[in-house]
Design a protein. Structure first.
Length: 372
């Protein structure tokens, strides 16, 4: 029997959640699986990466749009999925209500991919989450921290959550033996020590704290350190002003949005992510697969990915300046960078490969369909 799986997302813009969904859709294919996607809001540019056989419905949801559950219910009745897999809070209420309106075809699965801000969950969401969980077959989280924090705040028993880690394509994201030609191609200094960040310019990613922490190292005489930020977003102008104020224009490159992220990782010496909170960071997984030592805040799911002193260095989540000493330690010790990077690559291939993730999702869908 072919299992029909409908993914419900807010949309498919650039992002880690969206990248993971597309990896599942493109890899778990016929004859065992048939996929469809509903974008409740806008379609998003990453939808162009989907296989042509995958149908995409876009509902153009408006704020507080009461029509959305009924419109989604019509898709459920027409397509008759075995599994309806919705992602994050902004799809869960509409999906559960649509499932009821459609006569409850198949099973609803909900995935939580992490908090986007460090604020307490509103009481209405806590209450609604408990009610929605009663009508959801399986609750998933991308890391233990996400499961524990959401379950704890919403008072949903921890045993209701199953953790399914994100996966990374370790063939596409792999180290490169000779980086000089690649650096020349990307316009990067050949002999610099390059610390790379791949993240959108949003408050929770906190590029500003990294610039402040790294400024003394970047301004030091004869320092080889350069920062490269790949990504874009609303805070880019503020980051540009901060770079100018700190006098770091010659040492910090804003590379913008890039389609060839593996090349930028392969050209770097280390990876740094100053986010105030993360779920299971795709960016960290990709850096590890490219054999880069990782510097990251001890926040969210980061400690599940980065083992301090083994695959990278973690700093106190309450001390944004902590990135500075960690960067200095790796800057002055190339052998440590090599050792941590090799261990990071081994960890990525053994625990976080794309095949491992796909096997987990295939097993989940089979089990959920069997319970239908």
């Amino acid at each position: 029997m072919t299992l029909r799986v409908l993914q419900v997302v807010h949309g498919l813009p650039r992002g880690g959640l969206e990248n993971g969904v597309i990896n599942v859709l493109n890899a778990l294919s016929a004859p065992e699986f048939e996929h469809g996607v509903v974008c409740l809001d806008a379609r998003g540019e990453m939808a162009d990466r989907l296989r042509p056989a995958v149908p995409v419905w876009t509902l153009d949801r408006q704020p507080h749009d009461r029509r959305t559950p009924a419109r989604l219910a019509r898709i459920l009745r027409d397509w008759q999925p075995h599994i309806i897999h919705c992602h994050n809070w902004n799809t869960w209420p509409d999906t559960v209500l649509a499932h009821a309106l459609a006569g409850r075809p198949g099973r609803v699965v909900w995935s939580f991919h992490g908090f986007v801000e460090n604020t307490p969950m509103p009481w209405r969401r806590r209450l609604a989450s408990r009610l929605l969980a009663r009508h959801t077959h399986a609750l998933l989280a991308v890391c233990e921290d996400a499961a524990q924090r959401y379950g704890g705040q919403a008072r949903i028993p921890a045993q209701r959550f199953r953790v399914l880690h994100n996966g990374v394509d370790t063939a596409r994201f792999a180290p490169l033996a000779d980086r000089r030609a690649l650096r020349a191609q990307l316009g990067l200094p050949l002999d610099a020590t390059i610390a790379l960040t791949v993240a959108s310019f949003t408050p929770i990613k906190d590029h500003a704290s990294l610039l402040s922490a790294a400024a003394p190292l970047l301004r030091a005489p004869d320092s080889p350190l350069h920062l490269v930020f790949v990504g874009d977003g609303a805070l880019r102008p503020a980051i540009e002003r901060q770079i100018a104020t700190l006098g770091l224009g010659a040492r910090v490159l804003l590379a913008g949005q890039q389609d060839c992220v593996p090349q930028w990782l392969q050209a770097a010496d280390l990876f740094v992510l100053p986010s105030q909170s993360e779920g299971m960071s795709n960016a960290i997984q990709e850096a590890m697969a490219c054999a880069l030592p990782v510097v990251a805040r001890r926040a969210g799911g980061n400690p599940e990915l980065v083992e301090h002193g083994v695959t990278g260095l973690l700093y106190d989540g309450q001390d944004p300046a902590g990135a500075g000493p960690a960067l200095w330690r790796l800057l002055r010790d190339p052998a440590l960078r090599t050792r941590l990077g090799a261990a990071a690559r081994a960890r990525a291939t053994s625990r976080y490969s794309l095949d491992t993730m796909l096997d987990a999702y295939a097993g989940l869908y089979r089990a959920a369909a069997g319970a239908a």
